[in-house]
Design a protein around this ligand. Sequence first.
Ligand SMILES: N[C@@H](CCC(=O)N[C@@H](CSC=O)C(=O)NCC(=O)O)C(=O)O
Length: 279
Amino acid sequence: MKELSATKTFGGTQSVYSHQSEACGCEMRFAVFTPSKAKHGDGPFPALFWLSGLTCTEENFISKAGAQRMAAELGVVIIAPDTSPRGENVPDDPDGAYDFGLGAGFYVNAQQEPWSQNYNMYEYVARELPTIVKKSFPVDPERFGIFGHSMGGHGALTIHLKNPEIFKTCSAFSPIVAPSQVPWGIKALSNYLGPDEAAWAEYDASVLVSRIPSKAEILIDQGTADNFLVEQLKPEIFAAAAERAGQPHTLRMQEGYDHSYYFIASFIDDHIRWHSERL
Ligand SMILES: N[C@@H](CCC(=O)N[C@@H](CSC=O)C(=O)NCC(=O)O)C(=O)O
């Protein structure tokens, strides 16, 4: 693992690392915020894994969300990986579209060629990265949580529901909650997984919550002025499935907010505090 940058902020350190990923078969980057030793000691700290959305790298969250102040205050580590494999030999959307391929790994393990060599973001986030983080940073593995935005909200919900013993808390901003039913999800799942919709269900939060609800409360924030709300996000599908399954959840419709990082920055403190109180 190689440290690419380390910058002091709010008494802690915002770093970016690269390493050779087994799951993705390429060099991957991830960002880590570590709180101040002077204020909180040497840890171990609770850790939140943040999953970003379409077009993002590890950089969007650390430069736009403004999460470091609250993480520093509460003594929380935040890990923010890139959203897809990268590199010369990694295939991309044939038309260069933003919603598939590079920057759009959808947190699945691809089963179709040519994607399956590298596009294993589920394995990367749910298995490889937590193992690396446990070994290399002052974290308490009994206090891991996961959160994310849009495609990353879909990743957070599905990875929590499939691994509630690892990621004990879960929240999301403007998540894609039913990828099997919306254009972004149908494009990604049909290409990465093939035409069999039974395979898609493994990565559909609204299906998973019916099958394997967790005991944890799930928090979702959704802006009412989000231009993707009606076509791509549809949080009401998850809320109805969660209600039927007895999954504790809170869906907050936030008046006038859109899909951007301005929305995330407005509520990120709430989310970090919410996780911290539960971990
Ligand atoms: N470029 C696209 C929209 C892309 C977009 O809005 N990406 C969001 C995540 S969307 C769901 O996963 C994002 O986080 N962008 C990065 C940022 O820093 O804002 C278009 O033009 O429609």
